[in-house]
Design a protein around this ligand. Sequence first.
Ligand code: FNR
Length: 190
Amino acid sequence: MTEHTVGYLIGSLSKESINRRLANALINLAPDNLVFTEIEIGDLPLYNRDLDANYPAPAQRLKEHLASVDAFLFVTPEYNRSIPGSLKTAIDWGSRPWGTNSFSRKPSAVIGASPGKLGTAVAQQTLRSILGFCDSPQMNAPEAYIEFTKGLVDDDGNVTVPETEEFLANWMARFGEFITRVRAVIPPGE
Ligand code: FNR
């Protein structure tokens, strides 16, 4: 099977992040042909278009990292019924300068965890809208709104509830198939 590089972005900067735990679990459960690299966003300044001609070093590093991968996995919390500002500023840097949008024509998937029952559903809809504007083909289904109960993912990234483990493994398998399909019609570099 063809290998695909997946850059994953975690919307939370917290060391205790449940979304980082979820990302670790997803990587453990992913098909073997997906290779993961974290696209770190914690050192980015707020986006400012006055700097488009001279990106600050962290934003330049972000651009290069985004360009180096085949697909994107967004694992995000919901903040005040939206995505965290840290994630939005990363997407804003990635989408510019005009004409060099790093997300265009590259496949993506969105998932998130919250202690609440809505499981980041509202934030995910917002993120889908942003990625749509950024011209990223998105996996529409299955959707995944994860209510994160205490201990759901252990320190080694193992999912402790078998039904959830099966659901997440299937979700990652579907993401792998989706990346393959998109790359078949949009070959790298086109
Ligand atoms: C939250 N939280 C939250 N949860 C939710 O389901 N919907 C929401 O709109 C919000 N809003 C919100 C705003 C802010 C500023 C904070 C700090 C938190 C709770 C949130 O889901 C919880 O803190 C998660 O643990 C955050 O994910 P990480 O950081 O653990 O990955």
